[in-house]
Design a binder for this molecule. Structure first.
Ligand SMILES: *[C@@H]1O[C@H](CO)[C@@H](O)[C@H](O)[C@H]1NC(C)=O
Length: 294
């Protein structure tokens, strides 16, 4: 008969295994902004702290600002820790996304739509493949994203694109090439982030305007490490394709625990899903077949 000690050891090992399985194993490493990123525009609206390990984007009535990765990447796991604009952020949009820089571009988007003080942010996600987007999903978050840093990440391999919020999958875009849907696989992408005024659409569909007396609006970032396969812009494949951790079996699909969490997000926090919008799409977009069973 197993002793109590053996039993507790067994249980704690079990917990350890189930806690680490499937979840992206790498935690963001602290590196300064300048290692992997550079400002895109309005350089003076980016402020640096703690040796560049932490930055702020400032939006005022003159301009917003943004930054981008120096490198281009084909597949990987891309993290950012963000503390969104606190207080009255109505009309502002903070975005964190991957995008290729050509006409028929691929893009993977997180967009945070601000709100009046005390009203919830919306997180909108979208996926463009071969220049085609219109795949919006919108959720409320289960925490106040302005009170502390939270991690927002994208896992991208040949099998799937997964959006994570604090390691909880909030969206999966499966490779549905077999259904005739393009999947990003041969156009290297850069990472981008920006903060700008979008009060023509962002908050309650544009009804709530930006209150400039509350400016500057400030979003704070850290965690500038990038875990991806770096490639030149023209590269059609990654030199280490298939060999990196994000390519391995356990990252080719969500595990049972992750599916459960995604279902929880679906049931409790989803506001909009293009896959269920029958007015806009009388015929279901093909990739939505893979979205239905969630
Ligand atoms: C802002 O708050 C209102 C009222 O709670 C809500 O209807 C809306 O979805 C929220 N978010 C945005 C970005 O409009």
């Amino acid at each position: 008969m197993a002793s109590y000690q053996q039993w507790t050891l067994f249980v704690s090992l079990l917990c350890l295994v189930s806690a680490t399985m499937g979840a992206p194993p790498r935690k963001p490493i602290s590196v300064p902004f300048g290692r992997n990123y550079q400002p895109t525009w309005a350089f003076d609206h980016i402020k640096y702290f703690n040796g560049g390990n932490e930055i702020q984007l400032h939006l005022d009535k003159y301009t917003g600002t943004g930054f981008q990765s120096k490198g281009n990447y084909l597949f990987g796991h891309f993290h950012m820790q963000i503390k969104l604009v606190p207080g009255d952020s109505a009309g502002t949009v903070t975005a964190y996304y991957l995008s290729s820089q050509n006409a028929e571009h691929d893009e993977i988007d997180f967009e945070f739509l601000g709100n009046r003080t005390g009203q919830p942010y919306i997180l909108q996600t979208n996926v463009f493949t071969g220049g085609k987007g219109d795949r919006e999903q919108r959720i409320f978050l289960w925490f106040d994203p302005t009170a502390a840093y939270h991690s927002y990440s994208v896992l991208w391999n040949l099998y799937q694109i997964v959006f994570f919020v604090d390691d909880i999958p909030i969206r999966v875009f499966k490779n549905s090439k077999d259904l005739g849907v393009k999947f990003p696989f041969n156009q290297p992408m850069k990472l981008y982030s920006s903060l700008w005024n979008a009060d023509d659409w962002a908050t309650r569909g544009g009804l709530e305007k930006t209150d400039w007396s509350k400016a500057p609006f400030i979003a704070t970032y850290k965690g500038f490490h990038i875990d991806g396969c770096e490639a030149s812009v023209e590269a059609k494949f990654c030199a280490t394709q298939g060999q990196r951790w994000w390519d391995q079996k356990e990252f080719q699909d969500l595990d049972a625990n992750q599916w459960r969490r995604l279902k929880w997000v679906r049931q409790k926090f989803t506001i909009y899903n293009y896959c269920t919008d029958r007015v806009r799409y009388p015929t279901l977009p093909p990739e939505c077949k893979r979205d239905r069973d969630i």
